[in-house]
Design a protein around this ligand. Structure first.
Ligand SMILES: C[S@@+](CC[C@H](N)C(=O)[O-])C[C@H]1O[C@@H](n2cnc3c(N)ncnc32)[C@H](O)[C@@H]1O
Length: 261
């Protein structure tokens, strides 16, 4: 039998007031408790207008604190209320399941313990990027990497696809404590990318609008200038294809053989 207590992770989208879907809004309005991890205090205040029991998860972050401990504490705070039989909502900016650890973790633990738990999708930075930059991931294919994973793992990169690097603002931070990357690490990222792309390859630094009055940032620059560029926690890096797609002639031959049967 399913236990009393539930969890729903919802996304409020990127731009305050503009992206939330009716279903996610309804979950927030009817929850016993809403925990939120949002991109801006105005966004938090807006969520507070939908429910009187809103608790910010932002207070778990601290300078010099390992973010993995922060996420554990966030998960524990949400699970404590689920176990107490409450209908809990976690409201996260963007999509709650995109480059977001805590929502996935709470759902897995809650389900494991016999509680009802699920996720509602939201409009992520990726969705805004396609719209603002006029890019279609279907044109050449699209690869996503968290910037540190890109640097630290051996890769086999298809440079004929669009490459999107997340969390470039925290690149090189192996202690999971920084809120802004050091220049030396940004240079390392730049050098790593230059193993695949020419130094003059045009890349973009993208920042979606969080407040409706914000200007979208789409800054195009040569790859060789990335090390010295202004990169924030909320910057996403966009690397257009650096090579042409190669036709797989062996596969085409097989297709032709099948078609001729
Ligand atoms: C922890 S992830 C959260 C992503 C979020 N769940 C989403 O759906 O977009 C943080 C990363 O998302 C991207 N991001 C967050 N805010 C952004 C913004 N306003 N514009 C562009 N990218 C953003 C950046 O790459 C940032 O380092």
């Amino acid at each position: 039998m399913e236990k009393k207590g539930s969890f729903v992770a919802v996304g409020v989208g990127m731009t305050l007031g503009a992206h939330i879907c009716p279903l996610s809004r309804s979950y927030i309005e009817h929850a016993d408790i809403v925990f939120c991890s949002l991109s801006d205090s105005y966004v938090e205040e807006w969520v507070m207008t939908m429910n009187s029991e809103v608790r910010s998860l932002q207070s778990f972050y601290a300078v010099g604190k390992d973010r993995r401990d922060t996420y554990k504490e966030m998960v524990a705070a949400m699970m404590t209320e689920v176990r107490a039989g409450k209908n809990v909502v976690g409201a996260f900016y963007g999509h709650p399941g995109v480059f977001a650890l805590a929502p996935h973790k709470v759902i897995a633990i809650a389900r494991d313990e016999g509680f009802q738990a699920h996720m509602e999708p939201g409009i992520s930075a990726e969705d805004c990027l396609y719209a603002d930059m006029g890019l279609d991931p279907g044109t050449n294919g699209c690869i996503h990497y968290e910037a540190n994973q890109f640097l630290m793992n051996k890769k086999c990169l298809d440079t004929s696809a669009l490459l999107i690097l997340w969390q470039v603002g925290m690149v090189g931070d192996r202690r999971h404590q920084e809120f802004e990357s050091h220049k030396k690490y940004r240079h390392l990222l730049m050098q790593s990318l230059m193993a695949f792309y020419p130094a003059d390859h045009r890349v973009a630094l993208y920042e979606a609008a969080v407040l409706p009055i914000d200007e979208v940032r789409i800054e195009w620059l040569p790859l060789k200038n990335v090390g010295d560029a202004k990169i924030h926690q909320h910057t996403t890096m966009v690397i257009p294809p650096g090579s042409e797609k190669q036709t797989d002639t062996a596969f085409l031959t097989k297709l032709n053989e099948l078609d001729s049967l």
